[in-house]
Design a protein around this ligand. Structure first.
Ligand code: PLP
Length: 318
């Protein structure tokens, strides 16, 4: 099942190879190791993202260089990346945040290897090509809340046989002729069987997400709030709004009316180091809110979410 899932997933991405692991975080960890990253190397990551990236970089004793985001896309800003490159920079991890592809061509211009983090963007495209094909290698997550799931799970894809063989070797420790540190990061056959079934449904999941996003775009077009960028490659893992006012209050009022919404990132990474160097990530955290979006949300319920949000927003901005 694992081999079948790897083969089908590589076909879907249009990459030569794929290797299953047990989470997106282990996919990042093994990708860094397979690229030869080691203690004291610098790895550039954005601030506005979950701590999985910070953990993967820290597992190998490398130095996380946390940079700011582009306020228009909420993705890592290629200019900030360029300014942060030193002789110790080993790689950049570029997540496609909330399903919107990052600017891969600008990121690749620097010549530093890029790990494309597609944990939130499976099935998305850049210039009509699937995400996961632009960088040196790419990782995916199939955690329970992701666009397609295996409960927990992850994948690394690449055209490089060498990088994929490196990841494949490190993901399990048994029956090896030599000893070096290896991991138990295997995906199980049961998870892979679920992954194969989810992969069949992926296009349908994304179509449903896009139609809910369309309903939200329509409902909020006259509002003084910043809506997600319109991009044909966006898969809307999250529908993220940015507005004046306190998201916490709006989240509470929506919840009182039966609607779950959330800040899309728990805490910008630079704040773990009490640094104040990422003002765009701070502003995104201060102003952003993500509304319910998932395939089983009916069109009728999406319209109700939009109506209730409009009431709450208007009441808070009188
Ligand atoms: C951008 C990004 N990268 C990596 C991960 C890690 O994936 P996992 O939870 O499967 O370890 C996540 C998970 O939420 C994520 O959002």
């Amino acid at each position: 099942m694992v081999e079948r899932f790897e083969k089908k997933f590589a076909e879907k991405c249009g990459t030569a190879h794929a290797v299953c692991v047990n989470s997106g975080t282990s996919a990042l960890h093994l990708s860094l190791l397979a690229m030869g990253a080691k203690a004291d190397d610098e790895i550039i990551i954005p601030s506005y993202v979950c701590t999985a990236l910070l953990n993967a970089v820290s597992y190998i004793g490398a130095v996380p260089v946390v940079v700011d985001i582009d306020p228009a896309t909420l993705n890592i800003d290629p200019d900030h990346v360029k300014k942060s490159i030193t002789s110790r920079t080993k790689a950049v991890i570029a997540p496609h945040m909330f399903g919107l592809p990052a600017d891969m061509s600008a990121l690749l211009e620097s010549g530093i290897p890029v790990i494309e983090d597609c944990a939130q963007a499976v099935g998305g495209t850049i210039d009509e090509k699937p995400v996961g094909t632009a960088g040196h290698l790419a990782i995916f997550s199939f955690y329970a809340t992701k666009v397609m799931t295996t409960g927990e799970g992850g994948m690394v894809v690449s055209d490089s046989r060498e990088l994929i063989d490196g990841v494949r070797d490190l993901r399990e420790y048994d029956e090896k002729g030599d000893f070096k540190i290896r991991y138990n990061y295997k995906m199980t056959d049961v998870q892979a069987a679920i992954g194969l079934s989810q992969l069949e449904k992926l296009d349908g999941f994304i179509a449903k997400r896009r139609s809910i996003a369309d309903a939200y775009y329509k409902a909020f077009e006259t509002f003084n709030i910043v809506l997600p960028p319109r991009d044909t490659g966006h898969i809307f893992f999250r529908y993220v709004l940015s507005m004046d006012g306190d998201p916490e209050r709006i989240i509470r009022e929506l919840l009182a009316k039966g609607i779950g919404s959330a800040r899309p990132v728990y805490k910008p990474l630079h704040r773990y180091f009490s640094s104040n160097g990422c003002p765009n990530a701070d502003t995104a955290w201060d102003r952003s809110l993500s509304l319910p979006i998932y395939p089983s949300l009916s069109q009728e319920d999406a319209e109700r979410v939009a109506d209730v949000f409009a009431d709450v927003y208007n009441h808070n901005n009188k």
